[in-house]
Design a protein around this ligand. Sequence first.
Ligand SMILES: [Zn+2]
Length: 435
Amino acid sequence: MEYLSRLLEKVTDLKEFSYHPLCKKLKMTHLIFADYLLLFCKGDIKSVTILMEVFKVFSATTGLHISEEKSYIYLNGITCDVVDSILRVTGFKRGTLPFKYLGVSISHKKLTRTYCAILVDKMVARIRGWNKRKISYSGRLVLVKAVLSTIHTYWSQLFVLPAGVMDRIQALCRNFSWEGGDSYSKAPLVAWNVLCKGKEYGGLGLVDSRLWNLAAIGKLVCSWAWRKVCAVKDSFKEALADGLWQSSHDAYTIAKGYQWLCRSNEQKVSWRIMVWNRYNYPKHMFIAWLIQKGRLLTLDRLAKMGICLAGACFLCGVSPETHQHLFSECVYTKKCFSILKSWLEIDNQGLGTGEIILRNRKLPLLIRLLKCAVVMALYYHIWMACNSCRLDFYIPRPEQMIDGIREGLKLRLNMVFEGQMQQQLVVWCRMKRLV
Ligand SMILES: [Zn+2]
């Protein structure tokens, strides 16, 4: 059967094969339990023919064959011509829904009284078999307890049975208890709910079918899997109380649920536009983000961690190396910013420059973002210069560094705009030697 499953999985790659519409999401083609096999596909000749081909391959390899007598095909929503062709191709008999699989009714509709009629019929058949004999009250009670009340137990463990069916089951047990038949017209001597009480409470300890059905479903509710599901439901308690996802317009999706779980009361950081700006290179974004978090491994932080002694900035050799010094106060950095001032009219310098540029609403947003990208690139290159001095004793000249940043930005703009820049931007870029 494992081999058959593999063969069936393979056919789903074929263009000609279509899933049954209700199985498409699950990508399900079949269900197997022992020698019960259910196959699903769209009701078209091509898909059915492919499944039959799979059986041929399976039979040729294993020597196992389909029993045509025991096999049925269930078709719905297709024209008579197609039905005839499918029946011809398969050689199976056409079945009608519901059918039984592992003892329970399988149907495409909600479980109704009609589908459960089989349970009631079974009970009536038993009662009619017994009522030819004279059985005493106590004998009938034993039969109700041991036989009648157990007929629905298998189904009760799988479904919440319709109320009408439970009423009928209860009525049959009651009628047989009092009269010995399947009908009873008199008022019972004692109410059924009293009979269902335990003997210690004055009853006879019979089974209340409705409660038994609930208790059986409770087994699922108390299972490990269900408890986990309930715990998840608790996490969404507030959202459900607020009425979220309860209309068809606002149906629950995994993405919406995830966003809701990740919601935060914290304020949004003001530097996010500057750091995650699309004109930044990803490596610049990451270093800019670490600087905003104050997490670059500068010498003062390494000293705090006990990794090395605090030391002077490699770029100027004067002051202790801290974030504040490296990106704001160092003479090397000041020199770099002064070049930026003459190139891009960036008046401020140091940490926080990007945020000041972004707040200056006199300039179009695009220009502000480009200027920010230059500042973020500068931070990145200062950090690289600091490291190259640490490892190779080499520090690039500030002019050289700014030239590198300009070339980098040119490439980035080409990458982002793919040669389709707005006229206003082209003019600005020409002025700033970025084209
Ligand atoms: Zn310095």
